[in-house]
Design a protein around this ligand. Sequence first.
Ligand SMILES: [Zn+2]
Length: 157
Amino acid sequence: METKFIVDTNVGKLAKWLRIMGYDTLFFNGSNDANMIAIALADGRVILTRDTQIMKRRLITSGQLKAVLVMTDEPQQQMRQVIERLNLDCQFRPFALCLECNQPLVERSKEQVKDRVPPYVFQTQSHYMECPARHRIYWRGTHWQAMTSKLKTFANN
Ligand SMILES: [Zn+2]
């Protein structure tokens, strides 16, 4: 079964990068650790956090729940640590999940997005996906290419 994550507020930038890799990742922005742990337990999610207190909880020390204590504040180093520690598949799955809200994206035809993307995008791109929750349209533009090449540098070290 594919690894799923819940990312604590203190390592929030990991959420976007894990979604780019196609990993189902929730961002926890509450303040009650017990809620985050309950969600992790219910969904079988790995917790990523900078909080050493969470690591002392019995569910985690007993191995019932998996958690990774992230050792740095620097997002690039954080990604390297998580990829290495969990031996993640660094295959990129662009267009799998919404980077903002983790919803699986839905394919859209060029005609369906005609009035919803800038004209230059419409002229140059033929492949589109949409977030069913927030209706953001995704395509493989220059921003996307920059993100995927940055992710490759995480994986190669
Ligand atoms: Zn979304």
